[in-house]
Design a protein around this ligand. Sequence first.
Ligand SMILES: Cc1ncc(C[n+]2csc(CCOP(=O)(O)OP(=O)(O)O)c2C)c(N)n1
Ligand code: SF4
Ligand SMILES: [Mg+2]
Length: 293
Amino acid sequence: MSELPKEEYLKKCTSACAGCSSTLCLRYVLKAAGPDTVLVVPACCTSVLQGIYPTTAMNVPVYNVAFAAAAACASGMSTAFSATGKKTNVIAYAGDGGTVDIGIQALSGALERGTNFLYICYDNEAYGNTGMQRSGATPIGARTTTTPGGKLETKKDIDRIVAAHEPPYMATACSAYPQDLYKKVKKALSIQGPKFIHILAPCPPGWRYPTEKTVELGKLAVRTGVWMLYEREAGKLTINGISKAAMKKPLPLEEYLSAQGRFKGISVEAIREMQLTLERNQRRLRNEEEGLC
Ligand SMILES: Cc1ncc(C[n+]2csc(CCOP(=O)(O)OP(=O)(O)O)c2C)c(N)n1
Ligand code: SF4
Ligand SMILES: [Mg+2]
């Protein structure tokens, strides 16, 4: 960690909740990107944590846009920069609701047009900013304010949807592994064209765990295999070492579930479905890495 740049582009005292991991992620994303960066943020917790005008925690320009529009606005901005010969990084930093639900058509369009930008989805698995309603990214069995008995549907697989667009680079990351995230952002920004990084971002009020457990929760997600860390560069998939090690000796899924109040009372069927989804995902990734599909 001591090798990461000392410069801060996200200042202290944001208005995020204590233990907010998406804010930590943004800090590392901006350390990797540096000062010649514009952030495009749709309506989400990141719109709020910046602070209230005329004060701001942000030390790079931020373009706050409508909920559905992050990828479209970033696309126009990227085109304008390249028309004027500027190399400024354009990074969309959007929540899961703004990505897998309302922003999906703009994201798909920008990927298809080959927009030169980095799209980051920080996934706290609910509409956090408006009080934890379920999103397409909420996992099965999770209690939210609109699924008080636990969500009935499985988490939407946005990574496979993005992969179908064949961007030159895409990756997953998790807030509990900041060096891994930092390296992935650096690599993404060195590549021309559309890049996508999907970060799992534990959220204390939404997932209902004590604030000091944020890093532990991220590690549990990876060590149980619920969240796989990998990169796909020019069509070649690599499962990262952390997840490879976790797959050899996975922790039981129950350890991850029991650490969170949102899974209290989850049904046996939902746990089984989650376990099957997790195993199917690992099998797919392993097969792809080995060139079997
Ligand atoms: C068209 C539209 N519908 C609803 C809203 C209200 N709204 C603002 S942020 C938000 C939730 C965003 O959720 P997500 O993208 O997951 O980000 P998070 O808040 O979790 O960081 C909602 C529903 C809005 N701003 N615009
Ligand atoms: S609701 Fe969750 S994601 Fe939003 S600021 Fe609070 S901890 Fe962060
Ligand atoms: Mg969210």
